[in-house]
Design a protein. Structure first.
Length: 180
């Protein structure tokens, strides 16, 4: 899609129902600093507003979230390596929240917020699980862990994103990738 059509209705996809049945929240009608505007006529300011989602903890519910965020990244002309980094980290972060955080319990939800601009992408993912202590997560590169089927998601996120921070007892992750 060319530049002329890329900013038309940037939040339309965010309003669709997710595959898991939860509605994705459309971005608010205020800008990041609280001033009104940004949404009318599909202006560039609308694309800066956060995309917000609340989904049940089922893997199929992550598909629309992933697609909507990656569509925004593509609209902002991120390079191939940055797109790969965001795609992989977003997938791992969602998987961690749904599978490891909420233990695939569909009664629990995952909240996602993403702000995509031409300069950077910032993603928050928060689950309702018990949380974790990053310092206690086994090193997936240690010889005793090399053949394990899981345990590499955090390492991949921290490797590919410019910044990864954990809060709320490990239930919330913030990831940032600059557009290279």
């Amino acid at each position: 899609m060319g530049i002329a059509g890329s900013n038309r209705h940037p939040d339309r996809a965010a309003r669709r129902k997710t595959a898991g049945g939860a509605k994705a929240a459309a971005p608010a009608a205020t800008s990041r600093n609280g001033s009104p505007g940004g949404r009318a006529n599909g202006t560039a300011a609308a694309a800066k507003l956060p995309l917000q989602f609340t989904i049940p903890s089922v893997l199929s519910a992550t598909r629309d979230v992933h697609k909507t965020i990656m569509d925004a990244v593509e609209r902002h002309h991120y390079g191939e390596q940055s797109q790969f980094a965001i795609r992989l980290s977003l997938e791992e972060g969602l998987m961690n929240a749904v599978k490891h955080g909420n233990k695939l319990d569909p009664r629990k939800t995952v909240r996602i917020e993403a702000t995509v601009t031409a300069r950077s992408t910032e993603i928050f993912i928060e689950d309702q699980g018990k949380g974790f202590d990053r310092k206690r997560v086994p090193d997936p590169c240690a010889s005793e862990n090399l053949l394990k089927c899981s345990g590499r998601g955090i390492l991949l996120m921290e490797t590919y994103m410019d910044k990864v921070e954990y809060s709320n007892g490990g239930r919330r992750v913030r990831m940032v990738k600059k557009n290279a």
